[in-house]
Design a protein around this ligand. Sequence first.
Ligand SMILES: [Zn+2]
Length: 185
Amino acid sequence: MAVEPANPCDPEPGLALPSRHKGRRKTRNRSSVKTHRNYTVEEVARAMGIAKGTIRRWIRSGNLPALMDRKPHLIIGGDLIDYLKGRAIKRVKLPLHECYCFKCRAARPPALAMADYIPLTPTTGNLRAICGTCYSLMHKAVRLAALTTLAGILSVSVRQGPASLIDTSNPSPSDHFPQEGEPNA
Ligand SMILES: [Zn+2]
């Protein structure tokens, strides 16, 4: 009777293999957006669970680039990702006098230490400045109360009136956002 001796040195192949973690990364809303795809406002709203009006506001504020010359307006996935990253960074910590430059993808101090303050409400407004590195336009929401502190660092010009009357850099007559097929029309 030949009994196969159990050799304790024989590794069991099943145990010797390291178990591989094939688990995918947790899917976050942002990662479902593809850099090179174009999205309509509606698609972004659905993908991210955000109101369409919020996304239109991001576009109108000039912070989220969109292809406005076609209908429906298209947002490039990469721009959306950059915008969301920028918002995340703003939330983390941005020195008061610095703005997030979407081109540099970094916090930048304004060129020549100059900025405009455009009031939006009695207590808040937009700081508008030129990136000191790449000369792109930068925006940042600030509180009116912060202007005193800012004035010690930057030369801030306060623009009067609502931003919509001041910002005539893109005077497009088709800027009136025709309601693109609202379902409740
Ligand atoms: Zn820049």
